[in-house]
Design a protein around this ligand. Structure first.
Ligand SMILES: Nc1ncnc2c1ncn2[C@@H]1O[C@H](COP(=O)(O)OP(=O)(O)OP(=O)(O)O)[C@@H](O)[C@H]1O
Ligand SMILES: [Mg+2]
Length: 483
């Protein structure tokens, strides 16, 4: 049984803290013109023998997160603490909280305390954080965590026989002697349900399921504590998938392994995971025990994802929420909560910004473009200014007060319709002094952070924060967070 921080009684195997990876975008090939926030401030803990499932739509950062943890990729910021004594974890968390609070003050006392905290954290990072560790020290930890990829042979030499494929990590990362490696390879191949003669075959001589068995044998050959499994069964037939998942469960039990299990198949995630992290555009939006997530999910994105699982019994009547629209561009994510443009519970403070109303506004103005000037003049252009939070509708000719009122009525009407929340997020509408344009100013928005809204259940959604709007919110079984 895990507690709120995801620990049981031993050391905490992993504390991922505010981890970030921003990839540079360079359109010209030289100058950096932006960033893809592939992993954006992700934090969680994991104990030995525990499985964290990581789920989310394509491009939400699952693979990047896995590679950062394994340090196959350098992080932009944040830490991956490995094998932490519980008291040290508590100390780090305490320091992080204090630091965040101090950052809001700008006085001299805060600055000197921040320096002290920085020093203490740096010492702890040098000791435990893989992202900050020197390469010589990192080598010792490399063997404690191993990847299992969707296609385990993609990076292997096709001319190597399996005996050599299995031996490689043992040769590189341990002091084992050749005969010990030989004996262990034989044990390993049997442990994953294959036999001795398979050791002398080439990669192309295996089926998909067998290849994955070899991938797993190779990953466990050096007795790691953690496996990062990235879509390990996604390329396999369903029946083979089940065999591989059973093998993994069995090995986990026998070898006391922790798993980070990445998949976009929710049924597989449910079967394999003790707890689940739901990712959306580089951020964790919900994190809790598996059964809690599947039975009592809180985040609207999770709800939509889960409702899309195909049901085994067609007689069961479950309403399916279709996720409308595309995942937004991670190089230019929406303001506020990244999910708000697709969220059916969105409130007026969830992040509505000028760009969110341009298209629906055009749609409203479209019938008027025909030039029925008794309603409004033809629209020349619609300009947005994200910094000022305004949308300017420029008309081909000046409009009088009556037409201005007609425009306001049109927006009023739109705000009462389905999907009208974006129009309710308008703060003010004014007529320019020249009379040929109308300026719409949007309300300020809030940004949710991952908060514990009931024991062990973390959600990043404004609906569960203090002072949330009460209108338009679903009948939630959780009241807005008390703190
Ligand atoms: N090396 C890279 N350079 C630039 N952008 C990258 C790089 N690797 C990943 N990205 C971007 O980072 C984001 C997250 O990608 P990632 O592969 O981690 O997603 P994913 O959740 O694993 O997706 P999938 O389910 O398709 O495997 C995507 O927008 C992707 O385009
Ligand atoms: Mg991936």
């Amino acid at each position: 049984m895990t507690d709120a921080a995801g620990m049981n009684n031993g050391n905490v195997l992993l504390y991922v803290s505010h981890l970030k990876k921003y990839f540079d975008i360079s359109r010209t090939g030289f100058r950096v013109t932006g960033h893809v926030r592939a992993v954006d401030d992700v934090s969680f803990t994991l104990s030995g023998n525990e499985t964290l499932g990581v789920v989310g739509e394509t491009g939400c950062g699952k693979t990047t997160l896995g590679r950062l943890i394994l340090r196959l990729l350098e992080s932009t910021d944040g830490d991956v603490y490995f094998n932490l004594p519980r008291e040290t974890l508590e100390r780090i968390k305490q320091l992080e909280i204090e630091l965040a609070q101090l950052e809001e003050n700008h006085d001299e006392t805060s600055k000197s305390r921040m320096k002290e905290i920085g020093k203490e954290l740096d010492n702890l990072r040098a000791e435990y954080s893989l992202t900050k560790m020197r390469p010589s020290k990192l080598k010792k930890f490399r063997k404690d965590m191993q990847p299992v990829f969707q296609d385990p042979f993609s990076s292997l030499d096709p001319r190597q026989i399996i005996r050599d494929v299995l031996a490689e990590p043992m040769r590189l990362l341990t002091d084992m002697k050749p005969e010990q490696i030989r004996d262990r390879s034989l044990n390993l191949i049997e442990e994953v349900g294959l036999s001795e003669d398979h050791l002398y075959r080439f990669p192309h001589e295996f089926s998909g399921g067998q290849r994955q068995r070899i991938g797993i044998a190779r990953a466990i050959s050096i007795e790691p504590k953690l496996l990062v499994l990235d879509e390990p069964t996604s390329a396999l037939d369903v029946s083979v998938q089940a065999q591989i998942l059973n093998l993994l469960k069995d090995l986990q039990e026998r070898k006391n392994l922790a798993f980070i299990f990445i998949s976009h198949h929710l049924n597989v995630i449910r079967l394999m995971s003790d707890k689940v992290a739901v990712m959306y555009l580089g951020k964790l939006v919900e994190l809790t025990d598996t059964e809690m997530l599947f039975n009592n999910m809180l985040h609207p994105y999770t709800e939509a994802l889960l409702s899309a699982i195909p049901l085994p019994d067609p007689k069961v009547n479950k309403s399916r929420i279709l996720l409308e629209g595309e995942v937004p561009n991670p190089a230019n994510p929406p303001k506020g909560c990244y999910f708000h443009p697709r969220c059916k519970y969105a409130m007026t403070n969830c992040g509505w910004s000028p760009r969110d109303i341009v298209a629906p506004l055009q749609e409203l103005l479209e019938p008027l473009r025909i030039g029925e000037s008794n309603i409004l003049p033809v629209t020349k252009e619609i300009l947005t200014d994200e910094t000022k939070n305004t949308v300017e509708v420029v008309f081909e000719s000046a409009i009088n007060q009556t037409k201005f009122e007609a425009f306001k009525n049109m927006l009023n009407e739109a705000s009462s319709k389905a999907n009208g929340v974006r129009f309710r997020a308008i703060n003010g509408i004014s007529l320019s002094s020249a009379g040929s344009s109308i300026v719409i100013t949007m309300k300020n928005s809030d940004t949710p952070t991952l908060k514990e809204v009931r024991p062990g259940h973390f959600v990043s959604c404004l609906m569960y924060e203090r002072g949330a709007e009460t209108t338009g919110i679903r009948g939630s079984n959780v009241s807005p967070a008390a703190s």
